[in-house]
Design a protein around this ligand. Structure first.
Ligand code: XMP
Length: 323
């Protein structure tokens, strides 16, 4: 539409002014927000933009390979950083949700600082380091980013940023909602798999493990999540729901029975929601057959999980993610 084109043109102009002859890196997450932000900045400064994707060890099954394939078709420069050890070491022993978010936000920035030096070399005296982020309006509001905002949770790219930030931020989507970002993405001709990808939070599975984040727990959640996503896709439900987090209650165990044996495993919770903009949400009424299939497969195929529960809370009072 006319307004979306306008937004792009305005942003391109102001980014050109902000960056001048400088260079920028873009924090690419694999999601639509950072992809659209990157596409706008690429229009503004061309190959002086380098996209950096950080694998923090909390991505879903096959996700990094998928992102690499999808994005290499659209962006000339994609720098993939394997930072799993760095993030998971920093998270060892941490259970508090806000603390997790702050640590993840900080490690992201440290990783981008290192990438900046690796890609562009040491900064010249007086040179500004620019970081492009796909921050949306709801991220700002819910992180407590200014007047009229609340502090519900610190989104990794807003309230989770370290105080000693050396980057000057470029955030072309800061006034937009997700549906507007998708419209801009379509305007810019991004592939529809990218534009219609369901939201996935920057902190990844780290905020879907209730309790300490460990490699073993990540493996369990990744396996359960992969089954849930596969069944949702098979059932053709991907466009009907906003997203469906799968949450591992890692510190909870319950008794079950499988074959002739007692089990003492963990529950996972399915959190299917419908939403317009993630500010509010309703729990999605999934077909029973789909829930049944997911439950049966997860408990059969993931030995550590012996119960599948369904979250039937709207937002408010629940948030979409559990942390
Ligand atoms: P909540 O849990 O606040 O989530 O109802 C609203 C939407 O935002 C996503 N989310 C995040 N996205 N960084 C992100 O990029 C974050 O730190 C973050 N926390 C939540 C969540 O998946 C939902 O779509």
């Amino acid at each position: 539409t006319w307004t979306m084109l306008n937004i792009v043109e305005e942003q391109v102009e102001s980014i050109r002014e902000q960056v001048g002859e400088g260079r920028a890196i873009c924090a690419l997450s694999g999601g639509v927000d950072s992809a659209v932000a990157a596409a706008i900045v690429q229009r503004a400064i061309g190959d002086r933009l380098t996209c950096v994707y950080v694998d923090h060890g909390m991505m879903r099954q096959g996700e990094t390979e998928q992102v690499r394939r999808d994005f290499e078709e659209v962006f000339d420069t994609l720098d993939v950083v394997d930072a799993a050890d760095q993030f998971l070491d920093a998270l060892a022993g941490v259970t508090d949700p806000e603390q997790k978010r702050k640590i993840i936000g900080r490690e992201f920035i440290r990783t981008f600082e290192a990438a900046q030096v690796r890609v562009f070399g040491d900064a010249q005296e007086g040179e500004t380091a620019f970081l492009v982020q796909g921050t949306l309006y709801p991220d700002v509001v819910e992180s407590g980013g200014g007047a009229g905002t609340s502090n519900i949770k610190s989104h990794h790219n807003v309230g989770g940023l370290p105080e000693d930030l050396d980057f000057e931020l470029i955030e072309p989507l800061r006034t937009l909602f997700k549906d507007e970002v998708r419209a801009v993405g379509e305007q810019l001709g991004l592939p529809s798999t990218m534009v219609w990808r369901q939201p996935f939070p920057g902190p990844g599975l780290g905020i879907r493990i209730i309790g300490e984040v460990t490699r073993d727990r990540l493996d369990i959640l990744r396996a359960a999540d992969a089954i849930a996503r596969e069944e949702m896709t098979t059932a053709g439900l991907d466009r009907d729901i906003w997203q469906m987090p799968v949450v591992l209650l890692a510190d909870v165990r319950s008794v079950g029975v499988q074959g002739d044996g007692r089990t003492y495993g963990h529950p996972v919770v399915l959190r299917p929601v419908t939403s317009e903009d993630a500010m509010t949400a309703d729990w999605a009424r999934l077909p029973y057959e789909v829930m049944e299939k997911i439950s049966t497969r997860i408990t059969n195929e993931v030995p550590e999980v012996n119960r599948v529960a369904l979250d039937i809370t709207s937002k408010p009072p629940g948030t979409i993610e559990w942390e």
